[in-house]
Design a protein around this ligand. Structure first.
Ligand code: AMO
Length: 433
Protein backbone atom coordinates (compact mmCIF):
# COMPACT_ATOMS: atom_id res chain seq x y z
CA UNK A 1 0.00 0.00 0.00
CA UNK A 2 1.78 3.10 -1.29
CA UNK A 3 -0.67 5.88 -0.51
CA UNK A 4 -1.79 6.28 3.10
CA UNK A 5 -5.04 8.07 3.92
CA UNK A 6 -4.75 11.76 4.78
CA UNK A 7 -8.50 12.33 5.22
CA UNK A 8 -11.73 10.45 5.71
CA UNK A 9 -14.66 10.79 3.31
CA UNK A 10 -16.53 13.03 5.75
CA UNK A 11 -13.63 15.47 6.23
CA UNK A 12 -13.45 17.00 2.78
CA UNK A 13 -15.60 20.10 3.13
CA UNK A 14 -12.71 22.19 4.39
CA UNK A 15 -10.29 20.76 1.84
CA UNK A 16 -11.74 22.32 -1.32
CA UNK A 17 -8.92 23.07 -3.77
CA UNK A 18 -6.47 20.87 -1.84
CA UNK A 19 -4.97 17.47 -2.57
CA UNK A 20 -5.97 14.54 -0.37
CA UNK A 21 -5.40 10.79 -0.19
CA UNK A 22 -8.43 8.60 0.52
CA UNK A 23 -8.46 4.88 1.37
CA UNK A 24 -11.53 2.74 1.03
CA UNK A 25 -13.63 0.42 -1.08
CA UNK A 26 -15.18 0.81 -4.53
CA UNK A 27 -18.84 1.10 -3.57
CA UNK A 28 -19.89 1.63 -7.16
CA UNK A 29 -18.21 2.33 -10.48
CA UNK A 30 -19.54 3.61 -13.79
CA UNK A 31 -17.38 3.88 -16.88
CA UNK A 32 -19.18 5.97 -19.50
CA UNK A 33 -16.21 6.88 -21.69
CA UNK A 34 -16.20 10.67 -21.63
CA UNK A 35 -16.91 10.73 -17.96
CA UNK A 36 -16.19 8.04 -15.35
CA UNK A 37 -17.44 7.83 -11.80
CA UNK A 38 -16.46 5.81 -8.81
CA UNK A 39 -17.95 6.02 -5.38
CA UNK A 40 -15.32 5.46 -2.69
CA UNK A 41 -16.63 4.27 0.67
CA UNK A 42 -14.88 4.36 4.01
CA UNK A 43 -16.23 4.03 7.54
CA UNK A 44 -17.30 7.69 7.60
CA UNK A 45 -19.23 7.88 4.32
CA UNK A 46 -18.94 7.95 0.55
CA UNK A 47 -17.38 10.36 -1.88
CA UNK A 48 -17.57 10.53 -5.65
CA UNK A 49 -14.30 10.35 -7.57
CA UNK A 50 -14.92 11.74 -11.07
CA UNK A 51 -12.60 11.40 -14.05
CA UNK A 52 -13.46 13.40 -17.16
CA UNK A 53 -11.55 11.96 -20.13
CA UNK A 54 -9.98 15.26 -21.21
CA UNK A 55 -8.82 16.16 -17.67
CA UNK A 56 -7.08 12.98 -16.48
CA UNK A 57 -4.22 10.73 -17.59
CA UNK A 58 -4.69 7.64 -19.78
CA UNK A 59 -3.49 5.50 -16.88
CA UNK A 60 -6.33 6.70 -14.68
CA UNK A 61 -8.84 5.89 -17.41
CA UNK A 62 -7.33 2.37 -17.74
CA UNK A 63 -7.69 1.82 -13.99
CA UNK A 64 -11.36 2.82 -14.11
CA UNK A 65 -11.86 0.09 -16.71
CA UNK A 66 -10.35 -2.47 -14.31
CA UNK A 67 -12.18 -1.41 -11.16
CA UNK A 68 -14.88 -3.66 -9.73
CA UNK A 69 -17.20 -3.24 -6.77
CA UNK A 70 -15.47 -3.84 -3.39
CA UNK A 71 -11.92 -3.49 -4.70
CA UNK A 72 -9.79 -1.86 -2.00
CA UNK A 73 -8.25 1.34 -3.31
CA UNK A 74 -6.29 4.47 -2.51
CA UNK A 75 -7.08 7.67 -4.41
CA UNK A 76 -4.94 10.78 -4.58
CA UNK A 77 -6.77 13.78 -5.96
CA UNK A 78 -8.03 17.32 -5.69
CA UNK A 79 -11.21 18.16 -3.78
CA UNK A 80 -13.61 20.26 -5.87
CA UNK A 81 -17.16 21.55 -5.49
CA UNK A 82 -19.70 19.54 -7.44
CA UNK A 83 -23.22 20.23 -8.62
CA UNK A 84 -24.00 16.57 -9.27
CA UNK A 85 -22.43 14.71 -6.33
CA UNK A 86 -24.80 14.06 -3.41
CA UNK A 87 -22.60 15.73 -0.80
CA UNK A 88 -21.76 18.74 -3.02
CA UNK A 89 -18.10 17.73 -3.22
CA UNK A 90 -16.13 15.39 -5.41
CA UNK A 91 -12.52 14.40 -5.98
CA UNK A 92 -10.65 14.62 -9.30
CA UNK A 93 -8.09 11.80 -9.22
CA UNK A 94 -4.42 12.20 -10.12
CA UNK A 95 -3.45 8.69 -8.98
CA UNK A 96 -5.40 5.53 -8.15
CA UNK A 97 -3.84 2.48 -6.50
CA UNK A 98 -5.64 -0.86 -6.42
CA UNK A 99 -4.58 -2.24 -3.05
CA UNK A 100 -6.52 -5.49 -3.28
CA UNK A 101 -8.95 -6.85 -5.85
CA UNK A 102 -12.31 -8.28 -4.91
CA UNK A 103 -13.60 -11.44 -6.51
CA UNK A 104 -16.75 -11.30 -8.62
CA UNK A 105 -19.66 -11.84 -8.53
CA UNK A 106 -20.27 -10.56 -5.00
CA UNK A 107 -22.29 -12.85 -2.72
CA UNK A 108 -24.30 -9.84 -1.59
CA UNK A 109 -24.52 -6.28 -2.90
CA UNK A 110 -23.36 -3.78 -0.24
CA UNK A 111 -25.22 -1.04 -2.15
CA UNK A 112 -28.41 -2.85 -1.21
CA UNK A 113 -29.87 -2.18 -4.66
CA UNK A 114 -31.44 -5.62 -4.41
CA UNK A 115 -31.53 -6.36 -0.66
CA UNK A 116 -30.31 -9.85 0.26
CA UNK A 117 -32.58 -12.19 2.22
CA UNK A 118 -31.75 -12.78 5.90
CA UNK A 119 -30.02 -16.11 5.31
CA UNK A 120 -27.64 -14.58 2.77
CA UNK A 121 -27.02 -11.65 5.12
CA UNK A 122 -26.11 -14.14 7.86
CA UNK A 123 -23.97 -16.37 5.62
CA UNK A 124 -21.99 -13.37 4.36
CA UNK A 125 -21.89 -11.38 7.55
CA UNK A 126 -18.71 -9.37 6.81
CA UNK A 127 -20.13 -8.32 3.45
CA UNK A 128 -23.45 -7.33 5.00
CA UNK A 129 -21.50 -5.18 7.52
CA UNK A 130 -20.54 -3.01 4.51
CA UNK A 131 -24.13 -1.89 3.92
CA UNK A 132 -25.43 1.40 5.30
CA UNK A 133 -28.12 -0.52 7.14
CA UNK A 134 -25.69 -2.78 9.04
CA UNK A 135 -23.51 0.19 9.93
CA UNK A 136 -26.55 1.95 11.40
CA UNK A 137 -27.86 -1.10 13.30
CA UNK A 138 -24.53 -1.94 14.90
CA UNK A 139 -23.61 1.68 15.65
CA UNK A 140 -26.89 1.89 17.59
CA UNK A 141 -26.13 -1.39 19.36
CA UNK A 142 -22.70 -0.08 20.28
CA UNK A 143 -24.34 3.08 21.63
CA UNK A 144 -26.71 0.96 23.74
CA UNK A 145 -23.90 -1.03 25.35
CA UNK A 146 -21.77 2.02 25.94
CA UNK A 147 -24.60 4.04 27.41
CA UNK A 148 -25.33 1.14 29.79
CA UNK A 149 -21.69 1.28 30.91
CA UNK A 150 -21.79 5.08 31.27
CA UNK A 151 -24.98 4.88 33.32
CA UNK A 152 -23.41 2.35 35.69
CA UNK A 153 -20.10 4.17 36.05
CA UNK A 154 -21.82 7.55 36.61
CA UNK A 155 -23.91 5.95 39.35
CA UNK A 156 -21.11 4.31 41.33
CA UNK A 157 -21.26 0.69 40.10
CA UNK A 158 -18.07 -1.38 39.76
CA UNK A 159 -17.63 -3.45 36.59
CA UNK A 160 -17.35 -7.15 37.43
CA UNK A 161 -15.83 -9.95 35.38
CA UNK A 162 -17.90 -13.07 36.00
CA UNK A 163 -16.75 -16.51 34.76
CA UNK A 164 -18.20 -18.10 31.65
CA UNK A 165 -17.25 -21.60 32.89
CA UNK A 166 -19.45 -22.64 35.79
CA UNK A 167 -20.01 -25.77 37.88
CA UNK A 168 -23.78 -25.55 38.53
CA UNK A 169 -26.90 -24.13 36.90
CA UNK A 170 -27.69 -20.50 37.66
CA UNK A 171 -31.14 -20.33 36.07
CA UNK A 172 -32.38 -23.95 36.18
CA UNK A 173 -30.99 -27.21 34.84
CA UNK A 174 -32.71 -27.76 31.51
CA UNK A 175 -30.94 -25.20 29.35
CA UNK A 176 -27.31 -25.87 30.20
CA UNK A 177 -24.54 -26.56 27.71
CA UNK A 178 -22.40 -29.23 29.35
CA UNK A 179 -18.79 -30.04 28.47
CA UNK A 180 -15.91 -32.09 29.90
CA UNK A 181 -13.59 -30.04 32.08
CA UNK A 182 -10.50 -32.18 32.82
CA UNK A 183 -11.86 -34.92 35.10
CA UNK A 184 -15.11 -33.05 35.89
CA UNK A 185 -18.19 -31.78 34.12
CA UNK A 186 -18.59 -28.05 33.59
CA UNK A 187 -21.18 -25.80 31.99
CA UNK A 188 -21.30 -22.60 29.98
CA UNK A 189 -22.78 -19.78 32.08
CA UNK A 190 -26.52 -19.25 31.60
CA UNK A 191 -26.10 -15.94 33.39
CA UNK A 192 -23.65 -14.25 35.76
CA UNK A 193 -26.34 -14.55 38.44
CA UNK A 194 -24.57 -16.33 41.31
CA UNK A 195 -21.40 -14.31 40.83
CA UNK A 196 -23.01 -10.89 40.63
CA UNK A 197 -24.84 -11.67 43.87
CA UNK A 198 -21.54 -12.52 45.56
CA UNK A 199 -20.22 -9.22 44.20
CA UNK A 200 -23.16 -7.20 45.49
CA UNK A 201 -22.98 -8.55 49.05
CA UNK A 202 -19.42 -7.18 49.19
CA UNK A 203 -18.99 -4.33 46.67
CA UNK A 204 -22.67 -3.26 47.04
CA UNK A 205 -23.09 -1.99 43.46
CA UNK A 206 -21.84 -4.05 40.51
CA UNK A 207 -22.52 -4.33 36.80
CA UNK A 208 -21.31 -6.47 33.91
CA UNK A 209 -21.75 -7.10 30.19
CA UNK A 210 -21.10 -10.68 29.18
CA UNK A 211 -22.00 -13.43 26.74
CA UNK A 212 -24.28 -16.11 28.18
CA UNK A 213 -25.37 -19.44 26.75
CA UNK A 214 -28.68 -21.25 26.76
CA UNK A 215 -29.22 -24.71 25.29
CA UNK A 216 -32.81 -23.95 24.33
CA UNK A 217 -33.85 -26.22 21.48
CA UNK A 218 -36.66 -24.18 19.96
CA UNK A 219 -36.28 -21.95 16.95
CA UNK A 220 -37.87 -18.57 17.68
CA UNK A 221 -37.33 -15.11 16.22
CA UNK A 222 -36.79 -13.79 19.76
CA UNK A 223 -34.34 -16.43 21.04
CA UNK A 224 -30.70 -17.28 20.48
CA UNK A 225 -28.36 -19.77 22.14
CA UNK A 226 -25.72 -17.14 22.84
CA UNK A 227 -26.56 -13.58 23.80
CA UNK A 228 -25.06 -10.60 25.62
CA UNK A 229 -26.54 -9.70 28.97
CA UNK A 230 -26.17 -6.32 30.63
CA UNK A 231 -26.57 -6.88 34.37
CA UNK A 232 -26.78 -4.87 37.54
CA UNK A 233 -26.83 -6.12 41.13
CA UNK A 234 -27.02 -3.93 44.21
CA UNK A 235 -26.98 -4.33 47.98
CA UNK A 236 -29.38 -2.82 50.52
CA UNK A 237 -32.09 -2.85 47.86
CA UNK A 238 -35.47 -4.46 47.40
CA UNK A 239 -37.49 -5.16 44.26
CA UNK A 240 -38.89 -1.63 44.02
CA UNK A 241 -35.43 -0.04 44.31
CA UNK A 242 -34.15 -2.26 41.49
CA UNK A 243 -37.21 -1.48 39.32
CA UNK A 244 -36.54 2.26 39.78
CA UNK A 245 -32.92 1.82 38.65
CA UNK A 246 -33.99 -0.29 35.67
CA UNK A 247 -36.42 2.43 34.61
CA UNK A 248 -33.68 5.07 34.83
CA UNK A 249 -31.10 2.97 32.98
CA UNK A 250 -33.57 2.05 30.21
CA UNK A 251 -34.61 5.66 29.59
CA UNK A 252 -30.97 6.82 29.79
CA UNK A 253 -30.00 4.31 27.09
CA UNK A 254 -32.88 5.25 24.78
CA UNK A 255 -32.13 8.96 25.20
CA UNK A 256 -28.50 8.35 24.44
CA UNK A 257 -29.39 6.60 21.16
CA UNK A 258 -31.85 9.34 20.23
CA UNK A 259 -29.23 12.02 20.85
CA UNK A 260 -26.13 10.35 19.39
CA UNK A 261 -27.53 8.24 16.55
CA UNK A 262 -29.80 10.68 14.69
CA UNK A 263 -28.39 9.84 11.26
CA UNK A 264 -28.58 6.09 11.89
CA UNK A 265 -32.18 6.27 13.12
CA UNK A 266 -33.02 8.40 10.08
CA UNK A 267 -31.43 5.90 7.72
CA UNK A 268 -33.43 3.08 9.33
CA UNK A 269 -36.57 5.28 9.19
CA UNK A 270 -37.07 4.77 12.92
CA UNK A 271 -38.85 7.43 14.92
CA UNK A 272 -37.68 6.49 18.41
CA UNK A 273 -40.15 7.71 21.03
CA UNK A 274 -38.97 7.92 24.63
CA UNK A 275 -41.64 6.36 26.90
CA UNK A 276 -43.07 8.68 29.55
CA UNK A 277 -42.00 7.96 33.12
CA UNK A 278 -42.92 6.68 35.60
CA UNK A 279 -43.60 3.51 33.63
CA UNK A 280 -46.64 1.58 34.83
CA UNK A 281 -45.98 -1.11 37.44
CA UNK A 282 -48.56 -3.79 36.62
CA UNK A 283 -48.92 -6.94 38.69
CA UNK A 284 -48.75 -10.35 37.04
CA UNK A 285 -52.26 -11.07 38.34
CA UNK A 286 -53.63 -7.92 36.69
CA UNK A 287 -52.00 -8.85 33.37
CA UNK A 288 -53.56 -12.34 33.54
CA UNK A 289 -56.96 -10.71 34.05
CA UNK A 290 -56.41 -8.42 31.04
CA UNK A 291 -55.45 -11.39 28.85
CA UNK A 292 -58.40 -13.45 30.04
CA UNK A 293 -60.77 -10.56 29.33
CA UNK A 294 -59.29 -10.35 25.84
CA UNK A 295 -60.32 -14.01 25.33
CA UNK A 296 -56.92 -15.65 25.90
CA UNK A 297 -56.84 -19.11 27.43
CA UNK A 298 -54.33 -18.61 30.20
CA UNK A 299 -54.49 -19.60 33.87
CA UNK A 300 -52.90 -17.90 36.87
CA UNK A 301 -49.52 -19.55 37.34
CA UNK A 302 -48.68 -19.88 33.62
CA UNK A 303 -46.13 -17.82 31.75
CA UNK A 304 -47.27 -15.76 28.76
CA UNK A 305 -46.62 -17.02 25.26
CA UNK A 306 -44.73 -14.68 22.93
CA UNK A 307 -48.01 -14.02 21.10
CA UNK A 308 -49.68 -13.00 24.35
CA UNK A 309 -46.70 -10.80 25.21
CA UNK A 310 -47.19 -9.04 21.86
CA UNK A 311 -50.80 -8.24 22.80
CA UNK A 312 -49.79 -6.54 26.04
CA UNK A 313 -48.89 -3.00 24.87
CA UNK A 314 -52.40 -2.60 23.50
CA UNK A 315 -54.06 -4.11 26.59
CA UNK A 316 -51.94 -2.05 29.00
CA UNK A 317 -52.04 1.08 26.83
CA UNK A 318 -48.27 1.70 26.87
CA UNK A 319 -45.17 0.69 24.87
CA UNK A 320 -43.08 0.08 28.00
CA UNK A 321 -44.15 -1.14 31.44
CA UNK A 322 -43.18 -3.44 34.29
CA UNK A 323 -44.88 -6.68 35.32
CA UNK A 324 -44.17 -7.52 38.95
CA UNK A 325 -45.17 -9.98 41.69
CA UNK A 326 -44.89 -13.20 39.67
CA UNK A 327 -45.86 -16.71 40.79
CA UNK A 328 -42.86 -18.09 42.71
CA UNK A 329 -43.22 -21.37 40.88
CA UNK A 330 -42.34 -19.98 37.45
CA UNK A 331 -39.44 -17.77 38.54
CA UNK A 332 -35.85 -18.80 39.33
CA UNK A 333 -34.94 -20.37 42.70
CA UNK A 334 -33.17 -17.23 43.95
CA UNK A 335 -36.33 -15.04 43.75
CA UNK A 336 -37.48 -13.73 47.14
CA UNK A 337 -41.04 -14.89 48.00
CA UNK A 338 -43.38 -12.46 49.76
CA UNK A 339 -43.35 -13.27 53.47
CA UNK A 340 -47.15 -13.00 53.80
CA UNK A 341 -47.87 -14.83 50.52
CA UNK A 342 -45.00 -17.10 49.40
CA UNK A 343 -46.96 -18.10 46.28
CA UNK A 344 -45.79 -14.86 44.71
CA UNK A 345 -42.28 -13.47 44.64
CA UNK A 346 -40.52 -10.14 44.25
CA UNK A 347 -39.78 -10.61 40.55
CA UNK A 348 -40.26 -8.11 37.71
CA UNK A 349 -40.00 -7.99 33.94
CA UNK A 350 -39.68 -4.96 31.70
CA UNK A 351 -41.77 -5.33 28.55
CA UNK A 352 -41.00 -2.99 25.65
CA UNK A 353 -42.79 -3.01 22.30
CA UNK A 354 -44.37 -6.35 23.13
CA UNK A 355 -41.22 -8.21 24.16
CA UNK A 356 -39.62 -8.98 27.54
CA UNK A 357 -36.30 -7.17 27.35
CA UNK A 358 -35.26 -7.41 30.98
CA UNK A 359 -36.04 -9.36 34.10
CA UNK A 360 -34.88 -9.37 37.68
CA UNK A 361 -35.80 -10.12 41.26
CA UNK A 362 -35.06 -9.28 44.82
CA UNK A 363 -32.85 -12.20 45.87
CA UNK A 364 -33.01 -14.62 48.75
CA UNK A 365 -30.16 -13.69 51.11
CA UNK A 366 -31.16 -16.20 53.83
CA UNK A 367 -29.38 -19.57 53.41
CA UNK A 368 -32.15 -21.76 54.85
CA UNK A 369 -34.77 -20.24 52.58
CA UNK A 370 -32.44 -20.61 49.61
CA UNK A 371 -31.95 -24.33 50.37
CA UNK A 372 -35.72 -24.78 50.62
CA UNK A 373 -36.30 -23.06 47.26
CA UNK A 374 -33.53 -25.00 45.53
CA UNK A 375 -35.06 -28.28 46.71
CA UNK A 376 -38.55 -27.20 45.63
CA UNK A 377 -37.18 -26.70 42.08
CA UNK A 378 -35.57 -30.15 42.10
CA UNK A 379 -32.03 -28.76 42.38
CA UNK A 380 -29.41 -30.19 44.72
CA UNK A 381 -28.22 -27.64 47.33
CA UNK A 382 -24.88 -29.55 47.51
CA UNK A 383 -24.06 -28.21 44.03
CA UNK A 384 -24.60 -24.67 45.25
CA UNK A 385 -22.62 -24.87 48.51
CA UNK A 386 -20.17 -22.06 47.64
CA UNK A 387 -23.10 -19.81 46.78
CA UNK A 388 -25.31 -20.62 49.78
CA UNK A 389 -22.36 -20.26 52.17
CA UNK A 390 -21.70 -16.77 50.81
CA UNK A 391 -24.91 -15.67 52.56
CA UNK A 392 -23.83 -16.95 56.00
CA UNK A 393 -21.41 -14.12 56.75
CA UNK A 394 -23.34 -10.88 56.76
CA UNK A 395 -25.23 -10.85 53.46
CA UNK A 396 -27.17 -7.66 52.86
CA UNK A 397 -30.58 -7.81 51.15
CA UNK A 398 -30.00 -7.30 47.44
CA UNK A 399 -31.71 -7.14 44.07
CA UNK A 400 -30.80 -6.76 40.41
CA UNK A 401 -31.74 -7.36 36.80
CA UNK A 402 -30.47 -8.18 33.36
CA UNK A 403 -31.21 -6.62 29.99
CA UNK A 404 -30.66 -8.73 26.86
CA UNK A 405 -28.66 -6.56 24.46
CA UNK A 406 -30.05 -8.19 21.31
CA UNK A 407 -33.66 -8.01 22.50
CA UNK A 408 -33.21 -4.36 23.41
CA UNK A 409 -31.66 -3.56 20.01
CA UNK A 410 -34.49 -5.42 18.31
CA UNK A 411 -37.21 -3.48 20.10
CA UNK A 412 -35.46 -0.12 19.75
CA UNK A 413 -35.25 -0.69 15.98
CA UNK A 414 -38.60 -2.42 15.50
CA UNK A 415 -36.99 -5.54 13.95
CA UNK A 416 -38.87 -8.81 13.93
CA UNK A 417 -35.98 -11.29 14.03
CA UNK A 418 -33.26 -11.13 16.69
CA UNK A 419 -30.73 -12.43 14.15
CA UNK A 420 -30.97 -9.15 12.23
CA UNK A 421 -29.41 -7.29 15.15
CA UNK A 422 -26.83 -9.91 16.16
CA UNK A 423 -23.41 -9.70 14.56
CA UNK A 424 -22.79 -13.46 14.55
CA UNK A 425 -25.95 -15.19 15.76
CA UNK A 426 -25.76 -18.63 17.33
CA UNK A 427 -28.84 -20.79 17.04
CA UNK A 428 -29.53 -24.48 16.75
CA UNK A 429 -28.75 -24.48 13.04
CA UNK A 430 -25.99 -21.91 12.89
CA UNK A 431 -22.51 -21.83 14.37
CA UNK A 432 -20.78 -20.27 11.36
CA UNK A 433 -19.58 -17.74 10.41
P1 AMO B 1 -33.54 -14.01 32.13
O1 AMO B 1 -33.32 -15.46 31.90
O2 AMO B 1 -34.94 -13.52 32.10
O3 AMO B 1 -32.97 -13.58 33.56
O4 AMO B 1 -32.68 -13.18 31.10
C1 AMO B 1 -32.59 -11.78 31.14
C2 AMO B 1 -32.77 -11.18 29.77
O5 AMO B 1 -31.85 -11.75 28.86
C3 AMO B 1 -32.45 -11.88 27.58
N1 AMO B 1 -32.48 -13.30 27.19
C4 AMO B 1 -32.49 -13.76 25.92
N2 AMO B 1 -32.48 -13.11 24.75
C5 AMO B 1 -32.47 -13.85 23.62
N3 AMO B 1 -32.43 -15.20 23.60
C6 AMO B 1 -32.44 -15.91 24.75
N4 AMO B 1 -32.38 -17.24 24.71
C7 AMO B 1 -32.46 -15.18 25.98
N5 AMO B 1 -32.46 -15.53 27.29
C8 AMO B 1 -32.47 -14.40 28.00
C9 AMO B 1 -33.85 -11.30 27.69
C10 AMO B 1 -34.13 -11.44 29.17
O6 AMO B 1 -35.07 -10.51 29.61
N6 AMO B 1 -30.21 -13.87 35.89
C11 AMO B 1 -31.50 -13.38 35.44
C12 AMO B 1 -31.61 -11.88 35.50
C13 AMO B 1 -31.63 -11.33 36.92
O7 AMO B 1 -32.51 -11.78 37.67
O8 AMO B 1 -30.81 -10.44 37.24
C14 AMO B 1 -31.72 -13.86 34.00
O9 AMO B 1 -30.83 -14.30 33.33
O10 AMO B 1 -33.77 -9.94 27.32
Amino acid sequence: MKMKRTHNANELEKQIGKEVVLNGWVHDVRVLGGINFLLLRDRTGKVQVTAIKKDVSKEILKIYEKLRQEDVIAVKGKVVKSKVAKIGIEVVPSEIEIINKSETPLPLDPRNVTPANLDTQLNWRFMFFRTDEARAVFKIQSQLVNSFRSFCLENGYIEMQAPAIISSASEGGAELFEFPYFDKKAYLAQSPQLYKQMGAISFEKVFMVMPIFRAEKFDQPTHLNEIRQMDIEQGFSDDNDAIAVLEKAFIYMLESVKKNCKDELGLLKRDLKIPKTPLKRMTYTHIIELLQKAGEKIKWGEDFTKTQEKMLPKLVGDDAFFIKDWPTEIKAFYSMPYEDNPKICKAYDLVYNGLEISSGTQRIHIPELLIKQLKSKGLNPENFKFYIDAFRYGACPHAGWSIGLERLTMTVLGKTNIREVTMFPRDRNRITP
